[in-house]
Design a binder for this molecule. Structure first.
Ligand SMILES: Cc1cc2nc3c(=O)[nH]c(=O)nc-3n(C[C@H](O)[C@H](O)[C@H](O)COP(=O)(O)OP(=O)(O)OC[C@H]3O[C@@H](n4cnc5c(N)ncnc54)[C@H](O)[C@@H]3O)c2cc1C
Length: 480
C-alpha cells in the first residue's frame, strides 16, 4: 500500500510519524515543496558573544494543556528538554492609550475571575467595570447557532472589557478580527460556561479552582518549548522518519487527478513533470492550497476548502544590550488592542519569558505584526523600521538593535470566522466519498501546534489501512 503525505509542516510530519508507527506495511512518502522541513516552525540559532540567540520565526511555544504536543515530544525523547516560561517575571501588559498597563491577575482561560483585581485595574473605566458586573446577573442567552467572539464577550462583559482586555488576548491568537471570528470554532468552552454557570466570571472562577488543584499535582508551565527552540521537534521527527519514510523535500505537487488506470487511487502531478500514483493521500497543506491541488479532482471540495480565509502576519526579532533598554523587561511582554490603531499586534520579551534564549547581558524582543483586515507593509525593511518605531514609542528604546531577523508569513493564519463550523461539515460530508483521502493542518480544528499534531494523527486513523492495526486505533469519527 502506498501512502503519500503532502506538506512537511508539523501536521504532515506528525501524520508521517503516526503512519510509520501504525501502518507498518505502508510505503510512506512525505512531500514538501521547500528545502526546509517544519513549515511555520523555523528556528534561527545565532552564535553571539559567549552564547546564542534562539530566534523563533513562527511559533515560539506550545500549549501544554492540549496533550498531543507533550505526548509526541515524550515519544521522540524530548520530554526532558521541554522548558516552561519564566515563573519569576510573569507580568503581561496591555497597551492602553499609548501606555503599558498590567493585565489584571486571575484570568482563567483569558476570562477575569478575580473581582478585586479587576476593580484595581486601570484598563477599564468605572462604567466599564459596572457593566462587567452585569455578567453575574444576566441570564444565559438563547442563541440559535453560532455568534461572533466579539458579540458574545460584549454581551456578557460589555464592549469596553472586550476591546481593552479580551480582544487583544483572544483575537491575537488568530491574528483575527473578533467581530468575525466564530465563537464555536475558536473558544467553544466560553458558551459552555455561560450555559452551565450562567456567568463567564463564575465559570472562570470554577476553572481556576480546578486548575489550581491540578497544578498542585505537579503539572508544569502552561507553555512549553524545547531548549534550543521548536525546531528540535522537527529535527527529531525527521531523524525518526528517515529509516522508514521516503522524504522528498524541494518537491512541489501542482495538482491531483484521478488515476485513469485505477480510479480508486490518486495521481499526484509534480512540478518536475513526474506523476506519483498513491493508494492513500493525506493533504497537510494550508486549506487554500489543498483546494487548489484538488480543483480538477473534486471542484466542490476544492471550492469549500478555498473559502477558508487566511491572514498574513510577520514577526520581527530584535536583539539589544540590556543596558540599551530604559525600561526593565519584567514580564512576558504586551498585547496591543485593535483600537490602539498600531500595526503591531503584540510584543514578546522573549529573553524574559525564556531566559535561555539570549546570552547574559542581552535582551531579545519579538514584535508580532499584522492582523486580519489590516494592511501592513510587505517588505523586510519597512517591517523592521515599523518594529523599531514600536520599540521607541512604547519602550523608549532608541539604540539600534545588535541584530534583527524578519520573517514574513503570507496567508499563514486561518481565520475561523462565522460559518466555519458549516464549512467543516461540508468538507466532512464530501470526504465520506473518499475513504483514502484525509486532510490535516491548521485550517480546520485548531491552529496551535498540539492541534496540528493531533490533526496528523487523526488523518492517519481515518485511512482504511489503519483499521485494526495495533495500539487499538479505531477509525476517527470525522474526516479531519
Ligand atoms: C507568526 C506565527 C506565530 C505562531 N505562534 C504560535 C505559537 O506560539 N504556538 C502555537 O502553538 N502555534 C503558533 N502558531 C500557529 C502554528 O505555528 C501553525 O498553525 C502550525 O505550525 C501550522 O502547521 P501546518 O503543518 O498545519 O502548516 P504549515 O506549517 O504551513 O505546513 C504546510 C507545509 O506544506 C508545504 N506545501 C505547501 N504547498 C505545497 C505543495 N504544493 N507541495 C508540497 N508541499 C507544499 C509548505 O511549504 C509547508 O511546509 C503561529 C503561527 C505563526 C505564523
Amino acid at each position: 500500500m502506498k501512502l503519500t503525505i503532502v506538506g512537511g509542516g508539523i501536521a504532515g510530519l506528525s501524520a508521517a510519524y503516526y503512519a510509520k508507527k501504525n501502518i507498518p506495511d505502508a510505503h510512506i512518502t512525505l512531500i514538501e515543496s521547500d528545502s526546509h522541513w517544519g513549515g511555520k516552525i523555523t528556528t534561527d540559532r545565532v552564535a553571539f558573544d559567549d552564547g546564542h540567540f534562539i530566534i523563533e520565526g513562527g511559533p515560539d511555544t506550545f500549549l501544554a494543556t492540549k496533550p498531543w504536543g507533550v505526548a509526541l515530544c515524550n515519544e521522540l525523547g524530548l520530554g526532558e528538554r521541554l522548558h516552561g516560561t519564566n515563573p519569576n517575571k510573569k507580568n503581561t501588559y496591555v497597551l492602553n492609550k499609548g501606555r503599558l498597563l498590567p493585565l489584571p491577575e486571575g484570568l482563567a482561560m483569558m476570562i477575569p475571575s478575580d473581582v478585586p483585581s479587576i476593580l484595581r485595574s486601570r484598563l477599564i473605566s468605572w462604567v466599564g467595570k459596572t457593566r462587567m458586573g452585569l455578567d453575574f446577573l444576566l441570564p444565559a442567552k438563547n442563541v440559535n447557532g453560532d455568534e461572533s467572539l466579539g458579540s458574545f464577550v460584549s454581551r456578557r462583559l460589555g464592549r469596553e472589557a472586550y476591546e481593552n482586555l479580551i480582544e487583544p488576548l483572544m483575537s491575537g491568537i488568530y491574528a483575527g478580527d473578533g467581530d468575525q471570528l466564530s465563537l464555536a470554532s475558536t473558544f467553544p468552552y466560553l458558551r459552555d460556561l455561560e450555559i452551565k454557570h450562567g456567568s463567564l466570571a463564575r465559570g472562570a472562577l470554577e476553572m481556576r479552582k480546578k486548575s489550581k488543584g491540578k497544578a498542585v499535582q505537579g503539572s508544569r508551565s502552561a507553555f512549553l518549548t524545547p531548549t534550543t527552540g521548536l525546531a528540535e521537534i522537527v529535527e527529531a521527527l525527521i531523524e525518526s522518519l528517515k529509516s522508514k519514510v521516503e522524504l522528498r523535500p524541494n518537491t512541489r505537487v501542482t495538482h491531483i487527478t484521478r488515476s485513469d488506470l485505477r480510479p480508486s487511487t490518486f495521481d499526484l502531478e509534480l512540478e518536475t513533470g513526474e506523476t506519483l500514483e498513491t493508494d492513500s493521500l493525506i493533504l497537510a497543506t494550508p486549506a487554500y492550497i489543498s483546494g487548489h491541488l484538488l480543483a480538477s479532482f473534486d471542484p466542490a471540495l476544492a471550492s469549500v476548502l478555498q473559502s477558508i480565509p487566511y491572514a498574513s502576519t510577520a514577526t520581527v526579532s530584535l536583539a539589544y544590550r540590556c543596558s540599551d533598554i530604559p525600561r526593565g523587561l519584567d514580564g512576558y511582554g504586551y498585547v496591543i488592542p485593535r483600537r490602539e490603531g498600531r500595526k503591531a499586534l503584540a510584543c514578546t520579551w522573549t529573553s524574559t519569558k525564556f531566559p535561555h534564549r539570549a546570552p547574559e547581558g542581552y535582551a531579545l524582543i519579538r514584535v508580532f505584526v499584522g492582523r486580519a483586515g489590516q494592511d501592513i507593509p510587505w517588505n523586510e525593511n519597512d517591517l523592521l523600521e515599523l518594529s523599531k518605531e514600536e520599540m521607541k514609542l512604547t519602550l523608549g528604546i532608541t539604540a539600534e538593535p545588535l541584530l534583527s531577523r524578519v520573517f514574513m508569513w503570507e496567508n499563514a493564519m486561518p481565520q475561523y470566522n462565522l460559518g466555519h463550523p458549516d464549512i467543516l461539515k461540508r468538507i466532512d460530508a464530501i470526504l465520506e466519498n473518499y475513504p483514502s483521502l484525509a486532510l490535516a493542518g491548521n485550517g480546520y480544528r485548531g491552529i496551535g501546534i498540539p492541534d496540528c499534531i493531533h490533526s496528523g494523527e487523526l488523518a492517519v486513523k481515518k485511512l482504511p489501512e489503519s483499521i485494526g492495526v495495533e495500539n487499538g486505533l479505531a477509525p476517527a469519527p470525522t474526516a479531519l
